[in-house]
Ligand binder design. Structure first.
Ligand code: 5GP
Length: 284
């Protein structure tokens, strides 16, 4: 299911040559392993409508690509006699926030750490451990009181359960000499609260805040939105940065390359922002 503006991008995990696919449509696209496709319409069981995303993150021609279902069905029938077969078709391209966090944690384990959040949600029996995945809190009233008395750096509600990051859990990471990475929503004004903590128990924690709001990008940092979606996402990102300018220590905005029809303003911001992003990455 393609949902939301960021979920329409898939990386192909196979080479596709339309000549070899029977039932071929004349408007089908050829592509190679690793290429990113921005799927615009996935309603049909057999064929998705998609645009190829080139190395520069630009959207290219529109055409049809075989759906995940079609690829997997064909491959399964081809491999029927074979025992071991996991069919790779497409993988969803993930958002960069997750990747940045994961990359920092895995590449610099001595510099960065993550903290364990608290929640009032019940533990999922089979795979969650208290203190590892979450601190599972049995008393919602207690967590509400703790939030009131600023024992949480940020907190929110999701599906009627409270979630939050305690000052103590961030401090524990800091005490190991590491930066604790938090993924904080600017829209929910949590970024402001982080910076405005001078009178609260987290006054000795000094946040470095990097704006990572950006249109969807994939591993090699290619954008994968339709032009219109990308432009809207970019406008939202610029507005967000302007609204919260004083909150950010640095910016991690990554703008897509727009086709040459786009006004100069966007082009200029593209290059500046990309440079900032790289600067920040290398400084880290
Ligand atoms: P889950 O219950 O599936 O583990 O998490 C569901 C949602 O809870 C997440 O997608 C996220 O929106 C929210 N969540 C998880 N951890 C935190 C946290 O530390 N703070 C806040 N505000 N929300 C969280």
């Amino acid at each position: 299911q393609v949902n939301g503006w960021c979920c329409g991008c898939f990386r192909a995990l196979f080479d596709y040559d339309k000549q070899w696919d029977c039932g071929v449509l004349s408007q089908a696209l050829d592509f190679n392993f690793g290429e990113v496709l921005h799927v615009m319409d996935s309603a049909d069981d057999e064929w998705w409508q998609a645009r190829r995303v080139n190395q520069q993150g630009e959207l290219e021609e529109l055409g049809y690509v075989p759906s995940k279902h079609r690829v997997e069905r064909k491959e399964w029938s081809r491999m029927k006699s074979k025992e071991n077969g996991f069919v790779h078709s497409y993988e969803l391209v993930t958002q960069i926030e997750d990747r940045v966090n994961d990359d920092l944690l895995s590449e610099f384990p001595d510099k960065f750490g993550s903290c364990v959040p608290h929640t009032t949600r019940p533990r999922r029996d089979y795979y969650e451990a208290d203190g590892r995945d979450y601190h599972f809190v049995s008393s919602r009233e207690q967590m509400e009181r703790d939030i009131q008395s600023h024992r949480f750096i940020e907190a929110g509600q999701y599906n009627n359960h409270l979630y939050g990051t305690s000052v103590q859990s961030v401090r524990q990471v800091a005490e190991q000499g590491k930066h604790c990475i938090l993924d904080v929503s600017a829209k929910a004004r949590k970024v402001r609260r982080l910076q405005a903590g001078s009178a609260s128990p987290h006054r000795h924690l000094h946040p470095t805040t990097i704006s990572g709001e950006h249109p969807c990008v994939q591993g090699s940092e290619q954008a994968c939105l339709s032009e219109d979606q990308a432009r809207k996402a970019l406008d939202r990102a610029i507005k967000l940065e302007q609204d919260f300018l004083e909150c950010f220590t640095g910016r991690g905005l990554h703008y897509p390359q727009f086709p040459s029809s786009t006004e100069g303003l966007h082009h200029q911001q593209t290059s500046t922002a990309q440079k900032d992003f790289i600067t920040h990455k290398s400084q880290l």
